[in-house]
Design a protein around this ligand. Structure first.
Ligand code: ZN
Length: 279
């Protein structure tokens, strides 16, 4: 291993500080090595971890999921509910005079885009997974490119760029946020939702497929910093808790999940923000 390699894995990909340390799992994992940045709070994957070879374009991510690998009734119900929830949130901040054009990066089966299309938006997406892409194009008739974001070249600007549980899976953080920014019109909007790791111990309970896929594990402050450092003004950033009722198991444990909603902000499992591109 070269000196450059050693230095690279110890440099935070968000703030470029070397002030970080190894994250210790409660039960050590063989192939996952994470580091915690003391300057910006980001938890990032050590380049020695084994996830780099996951072939998303060949369907390896979705097929590794225990729940949500197919576009079945459960999948549709979950994503339609999420689409309604997200549009309701975005609409509170979205300037009504703006043209309604959206790019969904990592759009999956296209459920969010389909919902927005029905509301009169011009919609486009990027999705590398072949099964999800095929559903979005063939069943929903959407304009979706089957490619990885790193291989995609922006051709135009949109008034909204939307990443739901995707930013944490993209390598080269600053480079990609810069590319995202170039796809947003002046004064346009960025929506991001990711798991909330403001309480890092939660990583011990993270699904194996998500640990394999993720490059970054954001907290409220680390997400805030990377977005503000890339010339966006944050309009809102919030943590929240959803009670899923898609499976019988989820229905049985739902009273417990409702109680967990009372947890303090730091411990709620999801994190979302809406930001406006700087001028
Ligand atoms: Zn950092």
């Amino acid at each position: 291993m070269s000196i450059q390699d050693i230095k690279r894995k110890k440099t935070c990909p968000s703030c470029y500080s070397n002030n970080n340390e190894h994250f210790s799992f409660f039960r050590p994992k063989e192939n996952i090595r994470l580091r915690v940045c003391f300057d910006c709070d980001l938890i990032f994957k050590d380049t020695n971890s084994s996830n780099e070879t996951l072939k998303v374009q060949e369907g390896e991510y979705y097929s590794s999921k225990k729940i949500g690998s197919l576009v079945d009734q459960r999948h549709l119900k979950h994503h339609k509910r999420r689409a309604r929830n997200h549009l309701h949130y975005i609409s509170k901040y979205f300037d009504k005079d703006f043209d309604k054009s959206v790019l969904d990066i990592g759009c999956g089966a296209g459920i969010f885009l389909d919902y927005l299309k029905q509301k009169g938006w011009k919609v486009e997406g990027i999705e590398p997974d072949p099964i999800m892409h095929s559903y979005a194009v063939r069943k929903l008739g959407l304009n979706i490119k089957q490619t990885l974001f790193c291989d995609w070249a922006p051709e135009k600007e949109y008034s909204l760029v939307y990443l739901s549980h995707v930013l944490d899976d993209l390598p080269d953080l600053n480079q990609n946020i810069n590319k995202i920014s170039k796809s947003i019109k002046k004064g346009g909007y960025l929506f991001i939702e990711v798991p909330n790791h403001s309480w890092p111990f939660r990583l011990n309970f993270e699904k194996e497929e998500d640990l394999n896929m993720g490059h970054y594990f954001f907290s409220i402050s680390s997400l805030e910093k990377i977005i503000e450092n890339n010339n966006f003004k944050i309009l809102d950033i919030t943590t929240f808790h959803l009670v899923h009722l898609n499976t019988i198991f989820q229905k049985i444990i739902s009273p417990i999940m409702v109680l967990l909603k009372l947890r303090t902000k730091k411990y709620r499992p999801y994190l979302r923000l809406i930001a406006k591109k700087g001028c």
